[in-house]
Every structure is written in C-alpha cells, then in structure tokens.
Design a protein around this ligand. Sequence first.
Ligand code: UTP
Length: 290
Amino acid sequence: MKVTKAVIPAAGLGTRVLPATKSMPKEMFPIVDKPAIQYIVEEAVKSGITDILIITNRGKGLIEDHFDRAPELEFALSSRGKTDVYNEVVNISKLANIYFVRQKETKGLGHAINCARNFVGNDPFAVLYGDDVIMGEDPACGQLIRAYEEFGLGVLGIKKVDEKDISKYSSLKVENIRDNIFKCTDMIEKPQTPEEVLSLYSILGRCVLPPEIFDILDRTAPGAGGEIQLTDAMKELAVTKGMSAVEYTGKRYDMGNKLGIMQAAVETALKHDEIGEDFRAYLKEFAAAL
Ligand code: UTP
C-alpha cells in the first residue's frame, strides 16, 4: 500500500532552546534562509507524500502563516520584478495539501500523534519529527516508505548514538536483515541503567506507522518524564508483530538543541549558492585565529 500521508508533530515546548522558543516555534528557526519545517515538508514531498498534518499548539501560528499565501508580499515582489523569489514564496503554499490540528495539552509525542487519528483514518502514515531536519540525496522518509512497501510492517528510522547519550534517547533490540535494514523486536525509551540498554541504535526523527498505533496509544499510560511516549506504543507493535528499521542515509540536525542548530547553519551556509563561497572564506579566516 502506498504511503501518501505524513504527520509532523510540532507542538513541543522547546525548553532546551529557551528563550528563543518563548514566542517562536523551534520548527521555524531558519537554517540560513529557510525555516527548519520547510526542509521537512520538502523531504516528505520528495518521498511521495501528498497530504501533511502538522500538529501545533498555542503560539505556533507562524507555521500556518508560512505555508499560506502572502498576497501583500507576493504583490510587492512581482511589482518589483523579483521573479525568482516571488516564485519561491508562492511555491511554498503549493508544496502539498497541508492541514493543522492543535494538541491542546503538551502531554508528549505519543499524545501528539494520537491527535492525527481522524486525518490518518485507516492508512499507513509517515511521521517526521518537526525538529529533526535530515539532509541527503535520498530523502530519509522515502527510504522508510520503501521498507514499509517491502515488508508491510511499521518502520523506524534509526541511527547509532554515543553510549554516554543513550539514556536521553530510545534504545532498540535489532537484528540485521541486510545492508542497512533491520528487524526490531523490542525497545525502551530513555533507558536508565546499563542493563536496560538494548543496543546503541535509537529512533531518530522518522518512522512509518500502521493505523493500529492509535488503539495502542489510547491505552498507553504516561511513561518517561510523565509524558505519553510514542516509543511505548511502538514497543507493543515491535513485540507483537515486529517492526522494520532502516539506518537511513543523510545527515540529521537536531533543531531542538543549540549545537544542532549551529551545525545545521554552518554546514548549510557552506553549500549555499549565494553565500557559500564567501562564508567558506570567512570561516577559514575565523577558524585560523581560534
Ligand atoms: P522533543 O522532546 O524533542 O520536543 O519532541 P520538546 O518537548 O519540544 O523538547 P524540550 O525537551 O522541551 O526541549 C520531539 C518532537 O515531538 C514534538 C516536538 O515538537 C518535536 O517535534 N512534540 C513533543 C509534540 O508535538 N508534542 C508534545 O507534547 C511533545
């Protein structure tokens, strides 16, 4: 079955990047000249997604405005003959069918995904975490969708994390099937002791889920941090039916963390058509004096 729907949870409080997130959603932080969430929507579209639900909450209206038309701006650009940037601005509103729903209380990622039930209906769907930007030739979401189409099971986007960091992430029990494809049969969110660590593979930013996840989420009690954890619901799928996992190619930037934001900015600026060359020269000179 083709996966054409995606959900982007973007209702988190972003407490790790305060005070910037006091009134500005972290999903709208620019990476040079484009907000993080636009990179994510573009990845979904390149992966064959046509319909996207963005989960927001109070104070995230900027995200809605970004994917809407902007008549005054468009008029100003076209009357000044700025055709390229005019087209770029107009095309943002045409990327996909984009819908919004509010998560009325910030009760965790699992709770946020459960707000997508009516949008998803009986279809499989991709989840792209709103603060995880992944850049690469082959869109990460599409790599997971291909595994869904091959195996018919929910798919996790995974990468290895450092041992010292695993207690901040999920930890998965996986078995390699071939190349970068695994089977996952168990998982734990934020393991607190070395005995709880199943491997250093963690779910990072992307998954594809079957609609059965919603009934599981309905009965998922709050877990780590008192939040309803998506990992706890996916664990049930992994244990009962098994899930696939793809160690996706592409570089992930965590826009919910200060270092990730700076890495995304520097690496993207170096490749940027307009400022890449000048920025490289500046950075070399600056680094030489460090
Ligand atoms: P994070 O845990 O990284 O986001 O959630 P957070 O809660 O904003 O982070 P901190 O710890 O306070 O800095 C991963 C994704 O899930 C969304 C976030 O917006 C992010 O894209 N999320 C999280 C929700 O949509 N709702 C929630 O209740 C929690």
